[in-house]
Design a protein around this ligand. Structure first.
Ligand code: EPU
Length: 344
């Protein structure tokens, strides 16, 4: 096989949290056909395999992975069809998500500009159904191209069959590990985005007296808001939001509201209320905290982001995480769930 397979590679550089053990083997896939070859190689060696993007949502265990890590570097961006209303675009899974967003905005298309600057690859985007500023990938995505490890064949899955929900999909749940995502298809519009906008975006647009909207303006606004609030994983080791926003029943929200009148909550599906995990973490006393014992801190402008300042192991990270989880549970009776995937 032409693909180079490296041995005993530290996984630290394959997670933006920069922690974790070693991979027994690691290879980069540059084209779709590298995937079946590498999968076959792993099966032949009788070891497990795992496909990753840029590691922005991965926490590696200290034990590492006794198998083959396939790093997805498959590139390509293409307009499949276009009319007056919009265009259908095809993005290879190894593309950096934000490069793809920039490319669609340059083409005058609208739909994913709200998801600007989200770290990671295009192929990772459907796995956790990325979302920000009121937009969610599942609203724009039409199809996911896959290599199916059960049938050893390439195919595609339409959006309605992807099991999308808040920060999740079948790729993360029932079919975890079965499909290797090779590309995504998005249906974008030529119509400009318009209000109502998500609160922080609306405030930014008001403050900057912006009243004419197009995808470029929204992309710039989102980039400015994100860069002012969130650490850049290229410079500061972090995985973005470390917890998902929890959902509670209305009755639980009402009783929490009596005790904590300032609590933030938004009506969500099935009569539930979505709470702001960042607010809960901040109230628990963990905003801008530097934990010397573990070397982990929380970001001063967004308590939901954990930063690796000088931690040595994933165990350090998880022990700091536990302090937050315990305190939030004690105060609010809510158990926060980790957002980045703990692998393997
Ligand atoms: N809040 C606080 N204290 C904090 C952080 C937030 O009180 O330390 C409050 C804010 O004032 C706001 C509310 O919590 O009222 C929500 O905060 P924000 O708008 O920053 O959004 P979020 O719910 O904390 C989510 C996503 C982010 C995404 C933003 C913007 C999740 C888990 N996180 O954060 O996604 O960028 O909305 O749309 O859904 C990521 O997934 O890695 C990520 C950064």
């Amino acid at each position: 096989m032409v693909v180079d397979i490296k041995e005993n590679v530290s996984l630290k550089s394959y997670s933006t949290m920069r922690l974790g053990g070693q991979a027994r083997w690691l290879a980069e896939a540059y084209e779709e056909n590298d995937i079946p070859n590498l999968v076959e190689w792993a099966k032949h060696q009788n070891v497990p395999f795992m496909v990753i993007g840029s590691g922005s949502n991965i926490v590696w265990r200290d034990e590492g992975f006794n198998g083959l890590i396939i790093v997805n570097k498959i590139l390509g961006k293409q307009i499949l069809s276009e009319d007056e209303a919009g265009a259908t675009v095809h993005i290879a899974s190894g593309e950096i998500w934000d490069d793809a967003v920039g490319w669609t905005v340059e083409k005058g298309l609208s739909g994913i500009e709200f998801l600007s600057l989200i770290p990671g690859t295009a192929g990772a985007a459907p796995v956790q159904n990325i979302g920000a500023y009121g937009a969610e990938l599942s609203n724009i995505l039409t199809e996911v191209g896959v290599y199916d490890d059960e049938t050893n064949a390439f195919g595609s899955i339409i959006a309605s069959q992807c099991g999308f929900d808040y920060r999740t999909s079948r790729f993360k749940q029932a079919d975890k590990g079965r499909f290797i995502i090779t590309n995504i298809t998005l249906k974008l519009s030529k119509k400009s985005p318009g209000p109502p906008f998500y609160d922080s975006l609306k405030n930014y647009l008001n403050e900057h007296k912006i009243s004419e909207f197009n995808s470029k303006v929204i992309r710039n606004a989102v980039i400015n808001i994100r860069s002012s609030k969130l650490p850049d994983p290229a410079e500061i080791a972090n995985n973005g939001s470390f917890f998902t926003n929890p959902f509670v029943e209305q009755s639980q929200f009402d009783s929490l509201k009596q005790k904590y009148p300032e609590i933030k909550g938004w009506p969500a599906k099935d009569g539930k209320i979505k709470l702001a995990a960042g607010w809960l973490v901040e109230q628990a006393g963990f905003k801008g905290v530097h934990d010397d014992e573990t070397g982990i801190s929380t970001w001063p402008t967004q308590a939901l982001v954990l930063v690796n300042e000088h931690a040595k192991t994933t165990a350090d990270l998880l022990s700091f995480k536990q302090k937050i989880v315990d305190k939030v549970r004690e105060m609010f009776g809510i158990t926060l769930e980790q957002e980045p995937e703990l692998l393997p």
